[in-house]
Design a protein around this ligand. Structure first.
Ligand code: BES
Ligand code: MN
Ligand code: ZN
Length: 531
């Protein structure tokens, strides 16, 4: 889709569809653009809108044919609700609804009149994201139908309100929106792709290809490297699958040498490309959607692509361990005791609690790079969905500061995050008789005990865990969200990075060199320095 920013009177623009986002008060008291449209279309237009119950509410829309009375073939009104309750997310949703309507009426072009009275850069960003996210569809496996040909919404122009001209701020807002939406739609594609296609190797290939194009460095290891890393929990989960597990490390490094020396932000994503449950096999209904169990890594990868464009003044690393959780003669068994990369031993009491096993080893590896903050995203527990529903991400952190950073990022992204407890008493549910701990707690507080398990592997690193099991995938269409993968978390991670960019981490002091580098070979490192 080609998105452009223009000035002028939206009602005079030629397009298949003219989109007018309007506040509720405007229905009775039209502003300039709605006034011009209403005059051209005659009294039946606003009468019909009223008859259809359109009141400018934040979830409403109304479509009208212009029959040549305007250059556009159709007009769609999308409600923004009350002006004093306005936030960017409302415009993002309205624009997303408009994009879905455009597709339904087979419009190939649209003109969106940005609302008057909203800061223009924010309006550009929200409307652009809404259109790009709302126009997304995953239909590559649908044979084209003869009677119902799909039309691509190829051109959309955003018309600045109040005769404003394009500026550096509004152009930057459009660029940012395009990066954010591309990252989110990349994540959605990875998640929507069936598990038979999106296996660990395909996932590694997808981020390698897109990441290299974006200027990121990517290293991918296979089973041998995972063995060398002594990731005993990851190896156990991956063992019964005929697909080779993949150890993926993606790095964004700032061009500025001083900035590159700063400690990194580390992101970790769950990447179970299919979760059968293992020997603690899931029932068929629960297994049906388990291709989405790599949505955490999808979000992390999508965010990394956008981060390469945003270019924050500190490094960002992504760490992912991708594998399938399958059954087979060599599957890991209930009662097995695994030795983690951290050295802690874990009794397997449920092979369906596989995500925390893989993540425990990956988080330990990530923590070794001494990030100033470590954030993981995972479709970790059904319990989190039960607790918070399909819309909220569960946020867990032992640190109020990190939790506040993350919750703030959720708010500015227009995504929903909610903090859940991570109290040491939960450790009791993970006690084992024969090992240091077990991988599954009891029935209650399942999302918190899973988070508590992860905590054992991050040490003192400032860390937050985001359980995205609820909102990773939707079973219905809503605003800019279609059925299927949502790409949840991408926007929040980007907002977190943007916030840290305003106040970047202090450079590492030389006495605190990264442990990873020290561990390799202190002597060789010293020799290199003197050379
Ligand atoms: N991938 C699932 C969690 C999940 C469920 C994500 C539904 C998305 C939708 C995870 O690996 C899992 O199976 N968790 C178990 C943990 C239990 C065995 C302790 C769960 O939630 O039932
Ligand atoms: Mn599972
Ligand atoms: Zn899982």
């Amino acid at each position: 889709m080609q998105l452009t920013l223009v000035s002028g009177e939206a009602s005079r623009a030629a397009a298949s569809l003219l989109v007018l986002p309007i506040f509720d008060a405007e229905v009775k008291n039209p502003g300039a653009t709605l006034g011009a449209v209403a005059e051209a279309l005659g009294p039946t237009f606003l009468e019909a809108a009223a008859e259809e119950g359109f009141k400018g509410g934040a979830d409403q829309s109304f479509v009208f044919h212009t029959h040549g009375a305007l250059p556009a073939s159709r007009v769609v009104l999308v409600g923004l609700g009350k002006q004093d309750a306005f936030e960017d997310e409302i415009l993002r949703r309205a624009a997303g609804r408009a994009a879905k309507i455009a597709q339904r009426v087979k419009a190939s072009s649209a003109v969106v009149a940005l609302p008057s009275g909203v800061e223009s850069a924010a309006a550009v960003r929200a409307a652009a994201e809404g259109v790009l996210l709302g126009a997304y569809r995953f239909d590559r496996y649908k044979s084209p139908s003869k009677n119902d040909k799909k039309v691509e919404l190829a051109k959309v122009s955003l018309v600045l309100a109040d005769d404003e001209k394009k500026s550096a701020a509004t152009t930057a807002a459009l660029d940012l929106a395009e990066a954010v939406a591309a990252g989110t739609n990349f994540a959605r594609d990875l998640v929507n792709e069936p598990a038979g296609v999106m296996n660990p190797k395909a996932l590694a290939d997808a981020i390698s290809k897109a990441g290299k194009k974006a200027g990121l460095s990517i290293t991918v290891g296979n089973r041998r490297q995972i063995e060398a890393q002594k990731m005993g929990m990851f190896l156990a989960v991956a063992r019964a699958s005929t697909e080779e597990p993949q150890l993926i490390h993606v790095v964004y490094k700032p061009k500025n040498a001083e900035h590159a020396k700063r400690p990194p932000l580390a992101l970790v994503g769950k990447a179970i490309t299919f979760d059968s449950g293992g020997l603690s096999l899931k029932p068929s209904d629960a297994m049906l959607d388990m291709k989405i169990d790599m949505a955490g890594s999808g979000a992390v990868f999508g965010a990394m692509l956008a981060i390469a464009k945003i270019a924050p003044p500190f490094p960002v690393h992504a760490f992912v361990g991708a594998c399938e959780n399958m059954i087979g003669g060599n599957a890991y068994k209930l009662g097995d005791v695994l030795v983690s990369r951290a050295g802690k031993t874990v009794e397997v009491t449920n092979t369906d609690a596989e995500g925390r096993l893989v993540l425990g080893d990956i988080l330990h590896w990530a923590a070794e790079h001494e990030p100033f903050q470590l954030v993981d995203l995972a479709t970790l527990t059904g319990a989190c969905m039960v607790a918070l529903g399909r819309d909220h991400v569960g946020v867990f952190s032992p640190s109020d500061e990190v939790a506040d950073d993350v919750l703030g990022a959720f708010r500015s992204a227009g995504e929903f995050g909610w903090r859940l407890p991570l109290h040491p008493y939960l450790k009791e549910t993970l006690k084992s008789d024969i090992a240091d701990m077990r991988n599954a707690g009891d029935r209650y507080g399942g999302a918190s005990s899973a988070a508590m398990f992860l905590k054992e592997f991050v040490g003192e690193t400032p860390w937050a865990h985001l359980d995205i099991a609820g909102p990773a995938s939707y079973n219905r269409e809503r605003n800019y969200q279609g059925k299927g993968a949502t790409g949840v978390g991408v926007r929040t991670l980007i907002e977190l990075v943007r916030k840290h960019a305003e106040n970047p981490p202090a450079p590492r002091t030389s006495s605190k060199a990264p442990r990873a580098a020290k561990a390799r070979s202190p002597r060789r490192a010293a020799a290199k320095k003197s050379a």
